[in-house]
Design a protein around this ligand. Structure first.
Ligand code: IMP
Length: 186
């Protein structure tokens, strides 16, 4: 079976990526690599820079993923700082910032950087949606209880893994990666 190695310490991400790539016949393994701290306002640049560091060390088919949550009414906050905001003010803090705000639209943006032949190629997946009034659901991780993807009334955390992956930012980014890999001589 064809295989990629994903540099992440997040077991939820790894499980999602494995499920997303399984139908494409692509296996996923965790790459135990040092955490690369890259700061940039754009997840594409974050993923690309991290991959540029890892590619020479770990070689082909290494993948780095970075995700941001951009809330329109907050000028795109927290964007690529979503991890820090989650750890500090948390979901309750984000909901507090949106108290009384009518426009709750937001977008999840996922960048997937692939190392191949000494180059980095980036695939992007986006899912628009809105921020719920209250956390709902017990599935998933991170902001899942407060993100309602467009076309759904359920949060990611209420949808279940398969339904989330079918519409999620990560599902779209990794499907694009899989399509590209399978059309190359992977
Ligand atoms: P990072 O890509 O690991 O830096 O993720 C940034 C932040 O967004 C972390 O707090 C994650 O928990 C959160 N996050 C990433 N992907 C998802 C997702 O699919 N659903 C909900 N939260 C996510």
């Amino acid at each position: 079976m064809k295989k990629i190695r994903v540099a992440t310490g997040n077991p939820h991400k790894l499980a999602e990526i494995s499920a997303i790539l399984k139908p494409f016949g692509i296996a996923v393994e965790r790459l135990e690599a040092e955490k690369v701290e890259v700061q940039d306002d754009d997840v594409v640049a974050v993923a690309r820079k991290a991959a540029e560091f890892l590619c020479p060390r770990y070689g082909d088919y290494v993948v780095v993923e970075d995700t941001g949550l951009y809330i329109d009414a907050l000028g795109g906050f927290p964007g690529p700082y979503a991890e820090y905001v989650y750890r500090t003010i948390g979901l309750r803090g984000v909901l507090k910032l949106l108290e009384g705000v009518a426009d709750r639209s937001a977008v999840f943006r996922c960048a997937v950087a692939l190392c191949l032949g000494g180059e980095v190629r980036v695939f992007v997946g986006e899912t628009r949606g809105r921020i719920a009034e209250e956390p709902r659901g017990s599935g998933g991780f991170g902001y899942d209880p407060i993100f309602i993807p467009e076309g759904s009334s359920l949060t990611y955390a209420e949808m279940g893994e398969e339904a989330k992956n079918a519409v999620s930012h990560r599902g779209r980014a990794f499907a694009a990666l899989a399509a590209w890999l399978l059309s190359s001589n992977f």
